[in-house]
Write a protein that binds this ligand. Structure first.
Ligand SMILES: Cc1ncc(COP(=O)(O)O)c(C=O)c1O
Length: 438
């Protein structure tokens, strides 16, 4: 049996690198080579690989209770995780539904939003609004609310139709403004959609402040604030997909906090277990939850996964939040931010660079390319270049981004930038004499 790897072409991409063990930011191959993980292994590893406190919590839990059906049963670790999440989440988010990963946390949110309106006798409010450049996962519902792209093209016939609002992708401003003249006019697209369709719309779903897979696009804080105002004004739910942005990635525990907003529904995963085990959580307000409490079995939320609320994953989640409570995690985050700021300044005027951007621990360098987008030919070349220098970076097409575990030291992070710098020199020298298009 040959294994089929995700987002990997069977013949065009290189064979996978085998990893035997990991520690902190380092991945070790069986041959003893070490690679620096500068993207937190698809944005999940939060504090560092093999973080001893999380590893111990999982081992301890495995000896006690590894799994129990979550319909009609519960256990201490799920209860403790829910209580601890409540302490760190916006306070209006009071109820939690477990699932398996980011995509299922999103599926749950979409279904919850649609059924919320049906429960109240408004089944016609079932449509969704999503942003251009969005990415919410790879299951059918999550793909439907993601932007149409090379990820979804093969499946377009069975995805449900979604209303699309412009994203505040300032570098490629959808309304043709410059940063100097920006007054968040791109929000008018959403306003018009709501004005026309709100009576049929269940929810607006957004990746708050940072659209990840769409190209590490950083939105102005005001854009998110306006989305919250508009969804309130038009009586439509707001779903914040914090699968990537949660747990400090954007510099605060949740990106919504930065904008001072509370969504009606929030999706969590990735960093939820510190990056150790798959777990999703969809949290919602009393208002959403209470619509399911009518004494009528048809109001039941008919959704669940075999591993819902898995005790090992919940134990990892509790240990993760205990690290936030007892260690200077936000000092580590601030140190990463400082290096990002200092190093991005180096690249701003580089001829191969179209734009640099950052938010919290996430930094991105959008490169000039003749074929911008995920399928840019720059991507495989850069991946090999970085790997040859023992750095794991996986550009989103022509966007190189750095999203390290919080254990990274300033020296290690500067090394990542040095390697990126070398790669830009190599691109520039190859491009000399040929036209470079943004
Ligand atoms: C914002 C966002 N939502 C959802 C997902 C899907 O998460 P998963 O890959 O765990 O299904 C991702 C994955 O990158 C994401 O970035």
């Amino acid at each position: 049996m040959r294994i089929w790897h995700p987002y990997t072409h069977p013949t065009l991409d290189p064979a996978p690198v085998s990893i035997e063990r990991a520690e902190g930011v380092w991945l070790y191959t069986p041959e003893g080579r070490r690679l620096m993980d500068a993207i937190s292994s698809w944005w999940v590893t939060l504090h560092g690989h093999a973080q001893p406190r999380i590893a111990a919590a999982i081992a301890e839990q495995a000896k006690k209770l590894e799994q129990v059906i979550y319909a009609g049963f519960t256990h201490d670790k799920a209860e403790e995780l829910a209580a601890r999440l409540h302490d760190v989440l916006p306070h209006g988010l009071t109820h939690l539904f477990f699932s398996d990963d980011g995509s299922t946390a999103v599926e749950v949110a979409l279904k919850m939003a649609a059924q919320f309106w049906r429960n109240q006798g408004q089944p016609e409010k079932a449509r969704l609004i999503a942003l251009e450049h969005a990415y919410h996962g790879d299951t059918a519902g999550a793909m439907s609310v993601s932007a149409a792209s090379s990820f979804t093209a093969a499946f377009s016939d069975f995805l449900f139709p979604v209303l699309r609002a412009p994203s505040a992708y300032c570098f490629r401003c959808p309304v043709g403004k410059s940063r100097a003249t920006c007054s968040i006019d791109c929000i008018e697209g959403l306003e018009q959609l709501l004005g026309r369709h709100a009576a049929k719309v269940a929810a607006v779903i957004v990746e708050p402040l940072l659209q990840g897979a769409g190209g590490m696009i950083v939105h102005p804080v005001e854009f998110l604030r306006r989305i919250r105002e508009l969804t309130r004004a038009y009586n439509v739910l707001l779903i914040a997909d914090e699968v990537l942005t949660g747990f400090g990635r954007c510099g605060r525990m949740f990106a919504c906090e930065i904008a001072g907003i509370e969504p009606d529904i929030m999706c969590l995963s990735k960093g939820l277990t510190g990056g150790f085990l798959p777990l999703g959580a969809t949290v919602c307000t009393d208002r959403v939850y209470e619509s399911f409490c009518v004494p009528d079995r048809r109001h039941t939320f008919f959704h669940g996964h075999s591993y819902t609320g898995n005790p090992l994953a919940c134990a990892a989640g509790v240990a993760n939040l205990e690290i936030f409570r007892t260690e200077p995690v936000f000092e580590r985050i601030r140190a990463i931010e400082r290096v990002h700021r200092e190093q991005l300044a180096r690249f701003q005027c580089h001829p191969a660079v179209a734009e640099t951007r950052m938010i919290g621990t996430v930094a991105a360098i959008e490169l000039r390319a003749e074929d911008p987008g995920y399928l840019s030919e720059l991507k495989p070349k850069l991946c090999s270049f970085f790997l040859e220098r023992n750095v794991l970076l996986r550009p989103l097409g022509n966007v190189v981004y750095i999203l390290p575990p919080y254990a990274i030291t300033p020296e290690e992070l500067r090394y990542v930038y040095d390697v990126i710098g070398e790669s830009l020199e190599s691109i520039s020298s190859k491009n000399e004499g040929s036209s470079v298009v943004v």
